[in-house]
Design a binder for this molecule. Structure first.
Ligand code: PMP
Length: 359
């Protein structure tokens, strides 16, 4: 029996995708072998890779003047990849700090570039994003970096910051494909795969082509966007199985009706869960309502001593992965694309019962 898995990533995947993968596991479409066993240079795998890229482009409406790369090293690798590809030594870059993941991006970037943190939401204990129009991006900055959705804090930007001529770079790891995104507003969008795209092992980097060619001489090859774009992301052996599975997930998103359908479903799921939290005096979510994440919903019970019993009882009820991140505690429900509305309803029903017993 499958549980409802609320883990933040690796995360639940569509059952249809898992079943399709199982049916193709020993013989991929008459090739006589599994995808795991194929050369990444084979016609079959090159086709799988190209198809995944094409689906990503069409789903997100990626303009032609952007490269779409499938790389390794996770979003964490791109915390270094961004400055190494976009700046020369001694340059500066602007960062917004909305929580744990932006802070990690900042500390990695500091190794390579003069980081200017132009907004820091510490004042609200990272429950807000900067007001729209309030960011002042220094003209000399090589780029502006922000985290579109903070997976731990559950804070999501409801707007795309305007940085004038300065390219905007965003970490969309925990929100990509959850609703439409106007890629043309960005210089770079990157996202680790293990939330809305498939299993871990890949990070997708969407980069405007005029930003290629700015990498430092000493950038490692596997982080070098220009070299990777020229090699169709196969400068070295890619994680072929993960790439194939991402392709199946993208096909599934298409079958669901694409990003507008995902947006409707995700809005309904988020409204259901936040509504239940807000109506109760027992549960709480600290995030400013307009900046609440549709994907990661952290919540608290009145007494921290009830957290472990909550998570344990939920697990017995077939609701898995609800413990908050180890750095912050509390609870967190990650409700990515593959989490159905029924899963969120089951969680809300469980929360109501738990409150009755413990409130
Ligand atoms: N950025 C965000 C917003 C994340 O949620 C995560 C992973 N949870 C990362 C970066 C790091 O990703 P990875 O582990 O793939 O390097």
């Amino acid at each position: 029996m499958r549980v409802h898995n609320f883990s933040a990533g690796p995360a639940t995947m569509p059952l249809e995708v898992l079943e399709r993968a199982r049916s193709e596991a020993t013989d991929w479409r008459g090739s006589g072998m599994s995808v795991m066993e194929m050369s990444h240079r084979s016609t079959e795998f090159v086709g799988i890779a190209a198809e995944a890229e094409a689906r990503m482009r069409s789903l997100l409406g990626v303009p032609d003047d952007y490269a779409v790369l499938f790389l390794q090293g996770g979003a964490t690798g791109q915390f270094a990849g961004v400055p190494l590809n976009l700046t020369a030594p001694g340059a500066s870059a602007a960062y917004v700090n909305t929580g744990s993941w932006s802070a990690k991006a900042v500390s990695e970037a500091r190794k390579y570039v003069d980081v200017r943190v132009i907004a820091d939401e510490k004042h609200s204990n990272y429950a807000t994003v900067p007001a729209e129009g309030s960011l002042e991006v220094p003209t000399g900055a090589a780029y502006l970096h922000y985290t579109l959705n903070e997976t731990i804090g559950g804070v999501e930007f409801p707007y795309v910051p305007d940085a004038g001529d300065v390219p905007v770079v965003t970490d969309a790891s925990s929100t990509i494909l959850s609703r439409p995104l106007d890629v043309s507003r960005f210089g770079v969008v990157y996202a680790g795969a293990q939330k809305n795209l498939g299993p871990s092992g890949l990070v997708v980097v969407i980069v405007r082509r005029d930003l290629l060619g700015r990498a430092r001489q000493d950038v490692p090859g596997i982080l070098d966007w220009t070299a990777m774009a020229a090699a169709d992301s196969m400068l070295n052996t890619p994680p072929t199985l993960a790439w194939y599975l991402v392709g199946l997930v993208l096909e599934w998103v298409e079958e669901q009706g694409g990003l507008t359908a995902m947006e409707e479903r995700n809005r309904a799921k988020a409204e259901l869960l936040y509504g239940a939290i807000d109506r109760s005096d027992f549960y709480s979510n600290p995030v400013e309502p307009s900046a609440r994440s549709w994907m990661n919903v952290p919540f608290l019970v009145p007494d921290p001593a009830l957290e472990k019993p909550f998570v344990a009882a939920a697990s017995r009820a077939g609701l898995s992965g609800l413990a908050g991140h180890r750095s912050v505690g509390g609870m967190r429900a990650s409700i990515y694309n593959a989490m159905p509305l029924e899963g969120v309803q089951a969680l809300v029903d469980f929360m109501t019962d738990f409150e009755k017993q413990n409130g």
